[in-house]
Design a binder for this molecule. Structure first.
Ligand code: WTA
Length: 657
């Protein structure tokens, strides 16, 4: 992995934190950051204990940390435990303590629906809604430890549902509303959920997403006995015995609910994410450790204070929505904006209009969105007064320096610091990021690890790489919000994250550190692709394709895409007797949408009579990646079984272009 000329050039451009930002920031200089980092590294338990003590604990912990990173060769090795013996209720830390303070009438959630309807819920109101939902769920038979699937649009009830589950100790599994009925069913089955919370539909680009209809299909053959439905769109629906309206059971329920504290290591949620196999992994997070880091990073990275209006545009179906729409900001008593719909509905300036309307001060979004805004043109943000903004953030994929500069100038008015935050579903919270008042930023770099996070870049044997040597991104020490297991598959957990690099958590990303110790994330080194900030495994798309009766074999790769970061290219060998034509390509693309969701629709389907394989029959994806990105296969092809296959593939590609 060699350094490109552009990155050397951009590296020399550095933006110090603006002095008026630094003046009032929680961490106001690079020296302060470094001393905090060193202190956390020297005494991690004392450091994390101080931070955790900012949550509302009902029973203090006996031990801050128990155990170490699992030994990758022992499939039963347990994950470390945090704040052992302590008890707390996540919803109390996020709500009750604020509702009992001057924040009672402070806005917790400012909701803007796509059609333009709005609702503001204060901490007092949100607390009452969550108590009602907790009572209603209990009434519906949900007990501590039962898994609840949530498949909802971005409406306040989604946050209410999550917090109500947390309140009664029923772990939630939120499934992104863009996933298909099939993908939802897989997750419901894996989580063994008996109840699904959904809505009749949600608004997206002026259309209604038929959530209830998808749930109706998804629950067939599962253990689901109750479907709780919020009426959002007044759209036609089919009603079943298992269905219950939210407004009939939650709205009339009692707003009083005494929350029972849960063990620090009690499961707060599982969230499915893609790995290197066809089967998504249920990443499991626990209460005390997860909430500690969600709250800590919200406070430090976004420098949150009481007069901020914080808008993280992520859907609650992703981990970013869990940590930075719900748990992190609410634990800090902050005001969050929640928007239901598309960024270009009704026009390409919807986001800028929302920022102006509500006076958003901190804005957190994904590079894919930023690149789309760039393409739509500077005139859209220019129409709005964005002077309320004081801080910008980016997450989900590497941000190219050009998009970074555009974000800084056109949205941030050359005034707001940008925090490029690296983290994962597995890490629970932000791991590598500038502190906006302390860290000079370089466009395209996530800069330094946060205090408490022992991130490094290493070779396969675990030794650190030298400056600018590409290697694997790892974490060397436990941190409170690390995943505890993959639900139902502990062995896969140990192997995936601890079996690759000795004594380290292996993130799956490649990266390098420059001479200043700044991290530059280069992207996944496994078969995970990142399409428009959505994580997908090539195997997942392949298994969807081969489930189609006309497909004999399929291989899926990512190729660089200017807008989405990566685009999906599928190489398909049809079964004998089926014609490889445009109609089949269309059919297969729609088949993937049905199996997974629109986010996985292949950009291109390429037919091939055979796929390049090693002598042992393994598909050589590296070669396909090169073919898909239009470059000739340059690498080593000596292990290729049939040299002719590659030439024929490259030729068919060239002719079609
Ligand atoms: C990628 C999203 C570069 C990375 C929070 C990681 C990033 C995966 C960044 C996790 C960033 C996330 N710069 N790459 N700032 N943030 N990634 O689980 O490849 O949906 O492994 O979590 O996104 O995606 P996930």
């Amino acid at each position: 992995m060699s350094q490109s000329i552009e990155s050397v050039l951009t590296e020399t451009r550095s933006f110090p934190p603006p002095p008026d930002f630094a003046k009032d920031a929680r961490v106001g200089s690079f020296i302060d950051y470094e001393s905090l980092y060193d202190r956390a590294a020297r005494e991690p338990e004392t450091f994390w204990a101080e931070i955790a003590s900012e949550l509302a604990w009902a029973t203090p912990w006996k031990k801050v940390l128990e155990g170490k990173l699992p030994d990758g060769s022992n499939p039963e090795a347990p994950a470390p435990k945090w704040f052992v013996g302590g008890k707390l209720n996540a919803s109390v830390s996020c709500l009750d303590r604020h509702a009992a303070s001057w924040r009672k009438n402070k806005a917790a959630i400012i909701f803007e629906g796509e059609p333009g309807d709005t609702r503001v819920l204060t901490y007092g109101q949100l607390h009452r809604e969550v108590c009602k939902a907790a009572n209603a769920l209990t009434e519906l038979g949900v007990r501590e430890g039962d898994f609840v699937a949530i498949y909802m649009p971005m409406i306040p009830e989604a946050a209410v549902a999550m917090l109500a589950c947390a309140r009664i100790g029923a772990p939630h599994t939120v499934v992104f509303g863009g996933f298909s009925a099939e993908a939802l069913r897989d997750r419901i089955l894996d989580a063994k959920a008996k109840i699904v919370i959904t809505a009749d539909g949600g608004w997206r680009r002026g259309q209604i997403v038929p959530l209830k209809e998808n749930v109706d299909k998804a629950v067939i053959g599962t253990a689901v006995s109750t479907v709780l439905v919020v009426k959002r769109c007044d759209t036609p629906y089919t009603w079943h015995d298992r269905d219950v309206w939210w407004h009939e059971v939650v709205t009339p329920a009692s707003p009083k609910h005494v929350a029972k504290p849960h063990d620090s290591e009690h499961t707060l949620f599982t969230l499915y994410t893609s790995g290197t196999t066809g089967k998504p992994k249920g990443i499991l997070h626990t209460t005390g450790g997860y909430l500690t880091v969600a709250a800590y990073t919200s406070k430090l990275v976004f420098d949150l204070r009481d007069d901020d209006v914080f808008w993280c545009t992520a859907d609650i179906g992703w981990v970013t929505g869990h940590s930075y729409v719900v748990y992190g900001p609410l634990a800090n008593g902050a005001t969050v904006v929640m928007y239901e719909g598309a960024p270009n509905q009704p026009g390409p300036d919807r986001f800028w209009q929302i920022i102006e309307k509500w006076g958003v001060t901190v804005f957190y979004t994904a590079p894919t969105a930023i690149r789309a805004f760039m393409r739509w043109g500077d005139e859209w943000p220019a129409k709005h007064d964005l002077s309320s903004l004081r801080l910008l953030g980016s997450v989900g994929e590497p941000i190219n320096p050009e998009a970074w500069m555009w974000y800084r100038l056109q949205i941030g008015g050359d005034r707001c610091p940008i925090v490029d935050t690296w983290w994962q579903t597995e890490t629970g919270g932000i791991m590598i990021s500038p502190l906006p008042g302390a860290t000079p930023t370089k466009p395209g770099s996530a800069t330094r690890p946060l205090p408490g996070i022992a991130a490094d870049i290493v070779k396969k044997d675990g030794t650190s790489c030298g400056p600018n040597d590409g290697g694997f991104l790892v974490v060397r020490k436990p941190w409170p919000s690390m995943l505890r297991t993959i639900a139902g598959d502990h062995e896969r957990f140990v192997k995936t994250y601890f079996g690759e690099v000795a004594n380290c958590y292996f993130a799956g990303d490649g990266a390098r550190k420059d001479a200043d110790g700044y991290f530059w994330i280069m992207g996944r080194v496994d078969d995970v692709i990142n399409v428009a900030g959505h994580r997908l495994s090539t195997m997942e798309v392949e298994s969807a394709l081969v489930s189609h009766p006309k497909v004999a074999e399929a291989a899926v790769v990512g190729r660089p895409d200017e807008l989405k970061g990566q685009a999906i290219v599928a190489f398909v060998t049809p079964r004998m007797g089926f014609v490889a034509d445009d109609a089949l390509a269309r059919e297969l693309r729609e088949h993937v949408v049905k199996e997974i969701g629109a986010l996985a629709r292949p950009e291109e389907v390429r037919f091939a009579e055979a796929l390049p394989k090693t002598r042992s029959g393994k598909i050589m994806r590296r070669l396909l990646r090169e073919v898909a990105s239009g470059s000739a296969a340059r690498g080593d092809t000596t292990t290729l079984e049939d040299q002719g296959v590659l030439e024929r593939l490259a030729q068919s590609f060239a002719q079609d272009e």
